[in-house]
Design a protein around this ligand. Structure first.
Ligand code: 4AD
Ligand code: MG
Length: 430
């Protein structure tokens, strides 16, 4: 193991350290070789002077290729012009494995090639920055709920029933019967909310999405709070606080990575409460004003969401969609039964939906009617109906897709770069 981390170089100025890592880049100028070494926490320029090492070592420094693994010893110095602000005067180094044919070179590669080499591509600077921001976002999600009285209750991956419609289910064998991979932990959250009041679950979710878009993965991570006694407005209040908290956390802790991605930080600095709240009808009006070909009553497609979200510089909360285009569990609006008390949060800059949620049906008879209308197997939902039989309560919550949130905050186009090993339509390698 190694004790020293490039990220902590400021604590080691003037000291001799041994660093283990991989050759990220190199250049040479006569009697000096500059080895750029990365250790997972950062990149450091290591300077090999011809006179400081043996002739064989100096030659080796010339020979080794990108991603050679090595251990390198020297004195840490402050150097504002160097990448990361510190560099190393090398005393000696040992090569663990010399590499001379690393497939990803400094030239441009096509996306097909990079995705085939995803297991190596994640070592590059930009991918590294994205995945670190992803980690920060996940940590922020957990901290937000942990600090606000929510209990984390994990929900199952193998499920007997659908949550988000039957068209995107992944079916799998389960001994002598079949099961589905979970589309959302929500239904179980509703049961645990009755036990703990405020809960969240956080895990992988699965959707056999037949469409190939920049927003859809087959396997994605979702964080889902569920709150007893919450109505739609409460749900929107929580979503707004939650997103604001996450963005601030990334700005506070991952500015360097945002800069690596050349993210326009001023756009993220605008993310403050309150977020605009508009009805589905008002969102449709925006589309009409912008001459988008859209049929009133339909669900928004990716491009519709892009157009709506481009009209705001903060996330916009679109509520009260037609109930017939939404999931079976949505509470109807008492003022207009054709509308659902639901909300989608659309991220700005054209990113579109990152959160979906709302208030759930809490009446037994109405829920049973909806299950039948949606042609869902009543038997599999018996336990879910029980929640409305034994001390029913108004409640609501939402789910946020981590990858969509990462794409927006990082300012990258496609969700395939927001998870280490994306599962995409017909693609499961590596
Ligand atoms: O809007 P969705 O389908 O809502 C639910 O699953 C609710 N049961 C959540 C709840 O209320 N507890 O999905 C929620 C979010 C979307 O807003 C989006 O961010 C993400 O999950 N999402 C996907 N992300 C990547 N690839 C996909 N195929 C996604 N489908 C949904
Ligand atoms: Mg949705």
């Amino acid at each position: 193991m190694q004790e020293f981390r490039i990220e902590d170089a400021n604590q080691y100025v003037g000291k001799e350290v041994t660093m283990k890592g991989w050759l990220y880049n190199k250049r040479s100028s006569g009697k000096i070789k500059f080895l750029l070494v990365r250790d997972g926490s950062g990149i450091m320029q290591c300077i090999v002077f011809k006179n400081n090492v043996s002739p064989e070592k100096f030659e080796l420094a010339e020979k080794i290729g990108l991603e050679t693994s090595l251990s390198i010893t020297g004195i840490v110095k402050e150097e504002p012009r160097a990448i990361g602000g510190y560099e190393m005067d090398v005393k000696d180094f040992e090569v663990y494995q010399e590499v001379n044919d690393y497939p990803i070179t400094k030239k441009e590669h096509g996306i097909e090639f990079l995705m085939e080499h995803r297991h190596l591509w994640i070592r590059s600077k930009k991918q590294h920055a994205i995945l670190r921001i992803r980690h920060e976002i996940i940590k922020a999600c957990r901290d937000f709920f942990d600090m606000n009285g929510y209990t984390l209750v994990d929900t199952p991956i193998f499920t007997p029933n659908a949550c988000e419609g039957t068209t995107t289910l992944f079916e799998t064998k389960y001994f002598d019967t079949s099961a589905y991979l979970t589309q959302s932990g929500q239904l179980y959250n509703e049961a645990t909310a009755a036990a703990f009041g405020k809960v969240y679950c956080f895990g992988p979710t699965f959707r056999a999405e037949k469409s190939k878009t920049r927003r859809h993965l087959m396997e994605f991570w979702m964080v889902e709070p569920e709150i007893a006694w919450a109505n739609l407005n409460d749900v929107m209040d929580v979503a707004e606080d939650f997103i604001t908290f996450i963005v601030k956390r990334v700005l506070d802790n991952r500015k360097k990575e945002l800069e690596t991605l050349e993210r326009d930080i001023s756009k993220l600095e605008k993310i403050e409460k309150p977020f605009p709240r508009i009805t589905y009808e008002e969102a449709v009006k925006i589309l009409k004003e912008k001459n988008v070909d859209f049929k009133d009553g339909d669900d928004f497609g990716g491009t519709d969401e892009t157009v709506i979200s481009e009209s705001f510089d903060k996330p916009v909360m679109v509520h009260r969609y037609p109930i017939n285009i939404k999931a079976f569990y949505m509470q109807p609006d008492p003022e207009n039964e054709n509308l659902a008390l639901c909300v989608d949060v659309l991220a700005p800059e054209g990113y579109g939906e990152i959160i979906g949620g709302g208030q759930r049906i809490d009446n037994y008879d109405l829920l049973l009617k909806k299950i039948k209308e949606h042609n869902l197997p009543e038997e599999a939902f018996k336990w879910y109906l029980d929640i409305r039989k034994y001390g029913t309560f108004p409640h609501g919550g939402f789910g946020m897709g981590i990858e969509r949130c990462v794409a927006w905050i990082c300012g990258i186009k496609h969700v395939r770069e927001t998870i280490a090993f994306p599962r995409m339509l017909h693609k499961i390698y590596p």
